[in-house]
Design a protein around this ligand. Structure first.
Ligand code: SAH
Length: 364
Protein backbone atom coordinates (compact mmCIF):
# COMPACT_ATOMS: atom_id res chain seq x y z
CA UNK A 1 0.00 0.00 0.00
CA UNK A 2 1.11 3.52 -0.72
CA UNK A 3 2.51 5.39 2.22
CA UNK A 4 -0.16 7.45 3.93
CA UNK A 5 0.32 11.22 4.15
CA UNK A 6 2.73 12.29 6.90
CA UNK A 7 3.12 8.66 7.87
CA UNK A 8 -0.29 8.86 9.50
CA UNK A 9 -2.24 5.66 9.81
CA UNK A 10 -6.00 6.12 9.76
CA UNK A 11 -8.57 3.73 8.41
CA UNK A 12 -10.30 6.87 7.10
CA UNK A 13 -7.32 7.61 4.87
CA UNK A 14 -7.90 4.37 2.97
CA UNK A 15 -9.56 4.31 -0.44
CA UNK A 16 -12.04 1.58 -1.36
CA UNK A 17 -9.22 -0.07 -3.32
CA UNK A 18 -7.04 -0.04 -0.23
CA UNK A 19 -9.84 -1.72 1.72
CA UNK A 20 -10.28 -4.26 -1.08
CA UNK A 21 -6.56 -5.07 -0.86
CA UNK A 22 -6.84 -5.55 2.90
CA UNK A 23 -9.74 -7.95 2.30
CA UNK A 24 -7.98 -9.91 -0.46
CA UNK A 25 -9.51 -13.35 -0.80
CA UNK A 26 -12.88 -12.25 0.58
CA UNK A 27 -16.01 -11.82 -1.56
CA UNK A 28 -16.18 -8.33 -3.02
CA UNK A 29 -19.34 -7.36 -1.13
CA UNK A 30 -17.26 -7.32 2.03
CA UNK A 31 -15.67 -4.07 0.85
CA UNK A 32 -19.08 -2.39 0.89
CA UNK A 33 -19.84 -3.89 4.27
CA UNK A 34 -16.64 -2.47 5.73
CA UNK A 35 -17.12 0.87 4.00
CA UNK A 36 -20.66 1.25 5.36
CA UNK A 37 -19.59 0.17 8.82
CA UNK A 38 -16.88 2.86 8.76
CA UNK A 39 -18.83 5.76 7.32
CA UNK A 40 -22.43 5.06 8.33
CA UNK A 41 -21.83 3.83 11.85
CA UNK A 42 -18.26 4.57 12.79
CA UNK A 43 -17.83 0.93 13.86
CA UNK A 44 -14.65 -0.39 15.37
CA UNK A 45 -13.48 -3.59 13.60
CA UNK A 46 -14.81 -5.75 16.46
CA UNK A 47 -18.24 -4.20 15.97
CA UNK A 48 -18.49 -5.01 12.25
CA UNK A 49 -20.89 -7.87 12.90
CA UNK A 50 -21.72 -8.40 9.23
CA UNK A 51 -18.18 -9.81 8.88
CA UNK A 52 -17.00 -13.24 10.00
CA UNK A 53 -15.08 -13.12 13.28
CA UNK A 54 -11.77 -13.99 11.64
CA UNK A 55 -12.01 -11.07 9.22
CA UNK A 56 -12.84 -8.70 12.07
CA UNK A 57 -9.79 -9.91 13.94
CA UNK A 58 -7.58 -9.45 10.87
CA UNK A 59 -8.80 -5.90 10.38
CA UNK A 60 -8.35 -5.13 14.05
CA UNK A 61 -4.70 -6.14 13.86
CA UNK A 62 -3.89 -4.54 10.48
CA UNK A 63 -1.69 -1.50 10.98
CA UNK A 64 -3.26 0.37 8.06
CA UNK A 65 -6.65 -0.08 9.66
CA UNK A 66 -5.76 1.72 12.87
CA UNK A 67 -7.59 4.74 14.25
CA UNK A 68 -5.81 8.09 14.00
CA UNK A 69 -7.34 9.73 17.05
CA UNK A 70 -6.65 8.71 20.60
CA UNK A 71 -8.81 10.59 23.07
CA UNK A 72 -6.83 12.37 25.78
CA UNK A 73 -9.59 14.42 27.38
CA UNK A 74 -13.32 14.54 26.79
CA UNK A 75 -15.02 17.60 28.30
CA UNK A 76 -18.74 18.15 28.62
CA UNK A 77 -20.60 21.39 29.29
CA UNK A 78 -23.89 23.22 28.70
CA UNK A 79 -25.83 20.39 30.39
CA UNK A 80 -24.37 17.80 28.08
CA UNK A 81 -25.09 19.65 24.88
CA UNK A 82 -21.45 20.59 24.18
CA UNK A 83 -18.66 18.02 24.12
CA UNK A 84 -15.03 18.79 23.36
CA UNK A 85 -12.37 16.22 22.67
CA UNK A 86 -8.65 16.68 22.86
CA UNK A 87 -7.12 14.00 20.66
CA UNK A 88 -3.58 12.80 20.38
CA UNK A 89 -2.47 11.83 16.86
CA UNK A 90 -0.03 9.06 15.92
CA UNK A 91 2.97 11.41 16.07
CA UNK A 92 1.87 13.01 19.32
CA UNK A 93 0.36 16.16 17.75
CA UNK A 94 -2.83 17.28 19.46
CA UNK A 95 -6.05 18.62 18.00
CA UNK A 96 -9.55 19.32 19.22
CA UNK A 97 -13.09 18.67 18.04
CA UNK A 98 -16.32 20.13 19.43
CA UNK A 99 -19.80 18.59 19.18
CA UNK A 100 -22.77 20.90 19.78
CA UNK A 101 -26.41 19.89 20.07
CA UNK A 102 -29.01 22.55 19.28
CA UNK A 103 -32.78 22.08 19.30
CA UNK A 104 -32.94 21.69 15.51
CA UNK A 105 -29.49 20.44 14.60
CA UNK A 106 -26.32 18.79 15.78
CA UNK A 107 -23.08 20.35 14.60
CA UNK A 108 -19.49 19.21 14.82
CA UNK A 109 -16.64 21.71 14.61
CA UNK A 110 -13.50 20.05 13.22
CA UNK A 111 -9.80 20.90 13.09
CA UNK A 112 -7.87 20.82 9.82
CA UNK A 113 -4.37 21.51 11.16
CA UNK A 114 -2.47 20.93 14.37
CA UNK A 115 -1.85 24.55 15.30
CA UNK A 116 -2.16 27.37 12.78
CA UNK A 117 0.27 29.58 10.88
CA UNK A 118 -2.11 32.54 10.43
CA UNK A 119 -1.01 34.15 13.70
CA UNK A 120 -4.20 36.09 14.51
CA UNK A 121 -3.23 37.54 17.89
CA UNK A 122 -6.64 37.10 19.57
CA UNK A 123 -6.96 33.39 18.72
CA UNK A 124 -5.51 30.74 21.02
CA UNK A 125 -4.61 28.46 18.11
CA UNK A 126 -2.84 31.32 16.33
CA UNK A 127 -0.91 32.14 19.49
CA UNK A 128 0.40 28.56 19.65
CA UNK A 129 1.79 28.48 16.10
CA UNK A 130 1.75 25.87 13.36
CA UNK A 131 2.60 22.23 13.81
CA UNK A 132 1.36 20.30 10.75
CA UNK A 133 -1.51 19.65 8.37
CA UNK A 134 -4.01 16.94 9.16
CA UNK A 135 -4.66 14.15 6.66
CA UNK A 136 -8.08 13.54 5.10
CA UNK A 137 -8.56 10.61 7.44
CA UNK A 138 -7.68 12.60 10.53
CA UNK A 139 -10.31 15.19 9.60
CA UNK A 140 -13.01 12.68 8.64
CA UNK A 141 -12.42 10.58 11.72
CA UNK A 142 -13.28 13.59 13.93
CA UNK A 143 -16.69 13.76 12.27
CA UNK A 144 -17.29 10.03 12.47
CA UNK A 145 -16.35 9.88 16.16
CA UNK A 146 -18.62 12.81 16.99
CA UNK A 147 -21.42 11.30 14.92
CA UNK A 148 -21.11 8.09 16.85
CA UNK A 149 -21.52 9.86 20.18
CA UNK A 150 -24.45 11.87 18.82
CA UNK A 151 -26.18 8.66 17.70
CA UNK A 152 -25.62 7.04 21.07
CA UNK A 153 -27.58 9.96 22.54
CA UNK A 154 -30.40 9.58 20.02
CA UNK A 155 -29.28 12.49 17.83
CA UNK A 156 -28.17 12.58 14.23
CA UNK A 157 -25.15 14.62 13.25
CA UNK A 158 -26.50 17.14 10.73
CA UNK A 159 -23.85 19.82 10.20
CA UNK A 160 -20.09 20.08 9.92
CA UNK A 161 -18.22 23.36 10.32
CA UNK A 162 -14.52 23.63 9.49
CA UNK A 163 -13.98 26.11 12.32
CA UNK A 164 -11.73 24.22 14.70
CA UNK A 165 -7.95 24.50 14.89
CA UNK A 166 -6.14 25.56 11.76
CA UNK A 167 -6.83 27.32 8.50
CA UNK A 168 -8.76 24.92 6.23
CA UNK A 169 -7.75 26.65 2.99
CA UNK A 170 -4.07 26.49 3.94
CA UNK A 171 -4.53 22.70 3.89
CA UNK A 172 -6.73 22.79 0.83
CA UNK A 173 -6.39 19.35 -0.72
CA UNK A 174 -6.99 17.45 2.49
CA UNK A 175 -9.80 19.72 3.57
CA UNK A 176 -11.49 19.21 0.23
CA UNK A 177 -10.81 15.48 0.31
CA UNK A 178 -12.58 15.41 3.68
CA UNK A 179 -15.54 17.42 2.32
CA UNK A 180 -15.93 14.88 -0.48
CA UNK A 181 -15.85 11.97 1.93
CA UNK A 182 -18.42 13.63 4.18
CA UNK A 183 -20.67 14.20 1.22
CA UNK A 184 -20.19 10.95 -0.69
CA UNK A 185 -19.71 8.44 2.12
CA UNK A 186 -21.08 9.92 5.34
CA UNK A 187 -24.01 11.30 3.37
CA UNK A 188 -24.05 14.94 4.48
CA UNK A 189 -25.41 17.49 2.06
CA UNK A 190 -23.09 20.27 0.93
CA UNK A 191 -25.45 22.89 2.33
CA UNK A 192 -24.82 21.46 5.79
CA UNK A 193 -21.05 21.84 5.45
CA UNK A 194 -19.35 25.19 6.14
CA UNK A 195 -15.74 26.03 5.41
CA UNK A 196 -14.39 28.98 7.38
CA UNK A 197 -11.35 30.96 6.28
CA UNK A 198 -9.46 33.95 7.51
CA UNK A 199 -9.15 35.01 3.89
CA UNK A 200 -6.91 32.71 1.85
CA UNK A 201 -7.95 34.17 -1.49
CA UNK A 202 -6.52 31.49 -3.84
CA UNK A 203 -8.35 28.90 -1.75
CA UNK A 204 -11.67 30.75 -2.01
CA UNK A 205 -11.21 30.92 -5.76
CA UNK A 206 -10.49 27.21 -5.94
CA UNK A 207 -13.57 26.49 -3.82
CA UNK A 208 -15.62 28.45 -6.33
CA UNK A 209 -14.58 25.98 -9.02
CA UNK A 210 -15.50 22.83 -7.06
CA UNK A 211 -18.64 20.87 -7.81
CA UNK A 212 -20.02 20.82 -4.26
CA UNK A 213 -21.56 24.12 -3.10
CA UNK A 214 -20.49 24.29 0.55
CA UNK A 215 -21.19 27.34 2.69
CA UNK A 216 -18.38 29.85 2.96
CA UNK A 217 -17.66 31.75 6.17
CA UNK A 218 -15.02 34.48 6.21
CA UNK A 219 -13.50 35.63 9.48
CA UNK A 220 -13.50 39.34 8.79
CA UNK A 221 -13.20 41.11 12.18
CA UNK A 222 -12.36 44.46 10.59
CA UNK A 223 -13.74 46.35 7.60
CA UNK A 224 -10.77 48.60 6.85
CA UNK A 225 -7.28 47.49 5.92
CA UNK A 226 -5.34 49.24 8.64
CA UNK A 227 -7.34 47.65 11.45
CA UNK A 228 -7.53 44.28 9.68
CA UNK A 229 -3.76 44.32 9.04
CA UNK A 230 -3.26 44.47 12.78
CA UNK A 231 -5.86 41.84 13.75
CA UNK A 232 -5.39 39.39 10.88
CA UNK A 233 -1.80 39.37 9.54
CA UNK A 234 -2.86 37.60 6.33
CA UNK A 235 -4.68 40.80 5.35
CA UNK A 236 -1.32 42.28 4.36
CA UNK A 237 -1.09 39.64 1.65
CA UNK A 238 -4.77 39.63 0.62
CA UNK A 239 -6.28 43.01 1.49
CA UNK A 240 -10.00 43.58 1.79
CA UNK A 241 -10.67 44.58 -1.83
CA UNK A 242 -9.05 41.36 -3.08
CA UNK A 243 -10.78 39.24 -0.44
CA UNK A 244 -14.22 40.69 -1.14
CA UNK A 245 -13.78 40.20 -4.86
CA UNK A 246 -13.03 36.50 -4.23
CA UNK A 247 -16.18 36.33 -2.05
CA UNK A 248 -18.20 37.81 -4.89
CA UNK A 249 -16.78 35.22 -7.30
CA UNK A 250 -17.75 32.48 -4.85
CA UNK A 251 -21.28 33.80 -4.47
CA UNK A 252 -21.77 34.10 -8.20
CA UNK A 253 -20.49 30.57 -8.78
CA UNK A 254 -22.32 28.86 -5.94
CA UNK A 255 -25.34 30.94 -4.94
CA UNK A 256 -24.75 30.03 -1.30
CA UNK A 257 -25.18 32.42 1.57
CA UNK A 258 -21.90 33.98 2.59
CA UNK A 259 -21.26 34.77 6.23
CA UNK A 260 -18.80 37.08 7.90
CA UNK A 261 -17.54 36.24 11.35
CA UNK A 262 -16.74 39.14 13.62
CA UNK A 263 -15.22 38.64 17.06
CA UNK A 264 -16.21 41.76 18.99
CA UNK A 265 -13.23 43.26 20.80
CA UNK A 266 -13.84 45.99 23.36
CA UNK A 267 -12.97 49.42 21.96
CA UNK A 268 -11.19 47.89 18.94
CA UNK A 269 -13.81 46.83 16.38
CA UNK A 270 -17.10 47.46 18.19
CA UNK A 271 -17.56 51.19 17.59
CA UNK A 272 -20.50 52.61 15.64
CA UNK A 273 -18.09 53.49 12.83
CA UNK A 274 -17.01 49.81 12.66
CA UNK A 275 -20.63 48.73 12.25
CA UNK A 276 -21.11 51.35 9.53
CA UNK A 277 -18.03 50.18 7.60
CA UNK A 278 -19.02 46.55 7.98
CA UNK A 279 -22.52 47.26 6.71
CA UNK A 280 -21.03 48.87 3.60
CA UNK A 281 -19.14 45.66 2.84
CA UNK A 282 -21.80 43.14 3.85
CA UNK A 283 -24.86 44.66 2.20
CA UNK A 284 -23.81 44.41 -1.45
CA UNK A 285 -22.85 40.75 -0.94
CA UNK A 286 -26.01 39.95 1.05
CA UNK A 287 -23.65 38.51 3.67
CA UNK A 288 -24.91 37.32 7.03
CA UNK A 289 -22.86 38.65 9.96
CA UNK A 290 -22.10 36.30 12.84
CA UNK A 291 -21.09 38.29 15.89
CA UNK A 292 -18.96 36.46 18.45
CA UNK A 293 -18.15 38.27 21.71
CA UNK A 294 -14.38 37.79 21.94
CA UNK A 295 -13.54 34.85 24.14
CA UNK A 296 -10.57 35.24 26.49
CA UNK A 297 -7.27 33.63 25.50
CA UNK A 298 -3.98 33.64 27.39
CA UNK A 299 -2.05 35.78 24.90
CA UNK A 300 -4.48 38.63 24.23
CA UNK A 301 -5.29 41.07 26.96
CA UNK A 302 -8.08 43.20 25.50
CA UNK A 303 -11.43 41.87 26.63
CA UNK A 304 -14.50 41.02 24.63
CA UNK A 305 -17.26 43.58 24.12
CA UNK A 306 -19.72 43.48 27.06
CA UNK A 307 -23.24 42.18 26.35
CA UNK A 308 -24.89 45.60 26.01
CA UNK A 309 -22.28 46.66 23.45
CA UNK A 310 -22.80 43.45 21.50
CA UNK A 311 -26.55 44.13 21.31
CA UNK A 312 -25.97 47.73 20.27
CA UNK A 313 -23.58 46.64 17.51
CA UNK A 314 -26.05 44.07 16.23
CA UNK A 315 -28.94 46.56 16.36
CA UNK A 316 -26.94 49.08 14.39
CA UNK A 317 -26.18 46.51 11.69
CA UNK A 318 -29.81 45.45 11.54
CA UNK A 319 -30.88 49.09 11.25
CA UNK A 320 -28.46 49.33 8.32
CA UNK A 321 -30.30 46.40 6.71
CA UNK A 322 -27.65 43.79 7.42
CA UNK A 323 -28.64 40.34 8.57
CA UNK A 324 -26.74 39.93 11.86
CA UNK A 325 -26.96 37.47 14.73
CA UNK A 326 -24.97 36.90 17.90
CA UNK A 327 -23.42 33.48 18.13
CA UNK A 328 -24.19 31.67 21.36
CA UNK A 329 -21.08 31.10 23.34
CA UNK A 330 -20.89 27.34 23.56
CA UNK A 331 -18.38 25.55 25.69
CA UNK A 332 -16.66 28.62 27.15
CA UNK A 333 -16.14 26.96 30.52
CA UNK A 334 -14.27 24.06 28.89
CA UNK A 335 -12.25 26.31 26.57
CA UNK A 336 -14.17 24.91 23.62
CA UNK A 337 -15.49 28.28 22.47
CA UNK A 338 -14.35 30.00 19.26
CA UNK A 339 -10.68 30.87 19.36
CA UNK A 340 -10.08 29.03 22.62
CA UNK A 341 -9.03 25.70 21.18
CA UNK A 342 -5.52 25.00 22.44
CA UNK A 343 -5.94 27.31 25.41
CA UNK A 344 -4.94 25.56 28.62
CA UNK A 345 -8.06 24.45 30.43
CA UNK A 346 -8.46 26.33 33.68
CA UNK A 347 -11.97 25.59 34.88
CA UNK A 348 -13.01 22.15 33.73
CA UNK A 349 -13.10 19.50 36.40
CA UNK A 350 -11.85 15.98 35.94
CA UNK A 351 -14.55 13.38 36.36
CA UNK A 352 -14.99 9.66 35.99
CA UNK A 353 -15.66 8.38 32.49
CA UNK A 354 -19.25 7.26 32.88
CA UNK A 355 -21.86 9.97 32.44
CA UNK A 356 -21.82 12.95 30.14
CA UNK A 357 -24.63 15.13 31.44
CA UNK A 358 -22.85 17.77 33.47
CA UNK A 359 -19.94 20.07 33.05
CA UNK A 360 -16.92 17.89 33.31
CA UNK A 361 -13.73 16.62 31.84
CA UNK A 362 -12.45 13.13 31.81
CA UNK A 363 -9.07 11.76 31.02
CA UNK A 364 -9.35 8.67 28.90
N1 SAH B 1 -8.85 29.73 10.37
C1 SAH B 1 -10.26 29.69 10.05
C2 SAH B 1 -10.97 28.59 10.80
C3 SAH B 1 -11.03 28.79 12.31
S1 SAH B 1 -12.63 29.32 12.68
C4 SAH B 1 -10.87 31.03 10.29
O1 SAH B 1 -10.23 31.87 10.91
O2 SAH B 1 -11.98 31.26 9.84
C5 SAH B 1 -12.49 29.98 14.27
C6 SAH B 1 -13.38 31.21 14.40
O3 SAH B 1 -13.26 31.73 15.71
C7 SAH B 1 -12.94 32.29 13.44
O4 SAH B 1 -14.01 33.04 13.02
C8 SAH B 1 -12.06 33.10 14.36
O5 SAH B 1 -11.84 34.38 13.88
C9 SAH B 1 -12.84 33.08 15.63
N2 SAH B 1 -12.05 33.41 16.80
C10 SAH B 1 -10.73 33.27 16.95
N3 SAH B 1 -10.33 33.66 18.17
C11 SAH B 1 -11.46 34.05 18.81
C12 SAH B 1 -11.71 34.51 20.13
N4 SAH B 1 -10.72 34.66 21.01
N5 SAH B 1 -12.98 34.80 20.45
C13 SAH B 1 -13.98 34.62 19.57
N6 SAH B 1 -13.80 34.17 18.32
C14 SAH B 1 -12.54 33.89 17.93
Amino acid sequence: MALLPYGVVSRYDLSRDDVARLLAGQPSYRVTQVWDALYQRGDEPEEMTALPKGVRAELASAEEFGAALTPVVESVSDNGSTVKWLWSLADGARVETVLMHYPQRTTVCVSTQAGCAMACGFCATGQAGFERNLSVGEIVEQVVRAGRLARAGGRRLSNVVFMGMGEPLANYDRTWGAVQRLHDDVGLSARHITVSTVGVVPGIRRLAGEALPVNLAVSLHAANDSLRDSLVPLNRRYPLAVLLEACRVYLTAKGRRLSFEWALIDGVNDRPSDADELAELARPLGAHVNLIPLNPTPGFLTRGTPAAGVRAFRDRLVALRVNATVRRNRGAEIDAACGQLAAPSVSATVRPPSRLEDIGTRRV
